[in-house]
Design a protein around this ligand. Sequence first.
Ligand code: NAP
Length: 251
Amino acid sequence: MKLAGKVALVTGAARGIGRGIAEVFAEEGADVAVNDAGNMGQAEEVAAAIRARGRRSIAVKADVGKRSEVEPMFERVWEELGPVDVLVNNAGIETIVPFLELTDEQWTELVDVNLRGAWLCSQVFCRRTVAGHRTGSVVNIGSIQAAKVLPGRTHYAPTKLGLEALTRNMSAEVTPHGIRVNCIHPGLIDTPMTAWVMQNPDLLPGVLAQISLGRAGEPREIGTVAAFLASDEASYLTGQSFFVDGGWQGK
Ligand code: NAP
């Protein structure tokens, strides 16, 4: 078990990739705090399933883009599960809006969650970890769109390439304190976010034809890579971003 004895906080973990990461982490021995912003019924279900496996787990509500919610979230997790060893910045939203039509509000809402949220959660986590003279690991969830143009994503894609820069720059500052920081760029993963593609027979074959493995990934296939990056097996890895995309970006 790669994460035995560790406490992890996974943001946006009520469903999709976050849920897959939380489940794999629990299987690898971690106690897991399951964060979400609104979908707390499902977050509670994920936490209950993890407890049923014999691990400790709580569901914690917070909008990752708001410091007034993020700081109390970490306080509660530290109190109830103990000091956090691993933070996974997974929470994210995607909208599709042509560049010429994008509004200030649409830009701000998305950037606040996808980029500011990861920065904010990381800062609160790292401040606590450094103050406690502890070590830790951060895994950011970016996107293949850090390297690939898809239409209507002039707000989304920069947040994901931004996470790559955040990963590198944070690593330079916090790795000397014992906190490794890495990033996963998923390709097409079968989640509620991508249901509009996965369930569209006119669209899906064209997308799958661009992927070397010829299929979408499962959330757990991001979870297993995240578990490796968060574990001591990746002890010499920091500041790096990895495409986990079935061979889409390179094709
Ligand atoms: P998803 O199915 O939409 O799940 C995202 C989860 O994040 C939801 O439970 C959502 O909860 C939560 N969330 C949204 N805003 C939040 C906030 N401000 N604070 C806390 N939680 C929040 O999406 P997914 O496909 O699993 O994607 C997860 C991450 O992977 C995202 O960062 C996404 O950009 C990235 N990604 C996904 C794919 C893919 O193919 N699926 C590919 C590349 C990258 P609510 O319902 O409460 O909003």
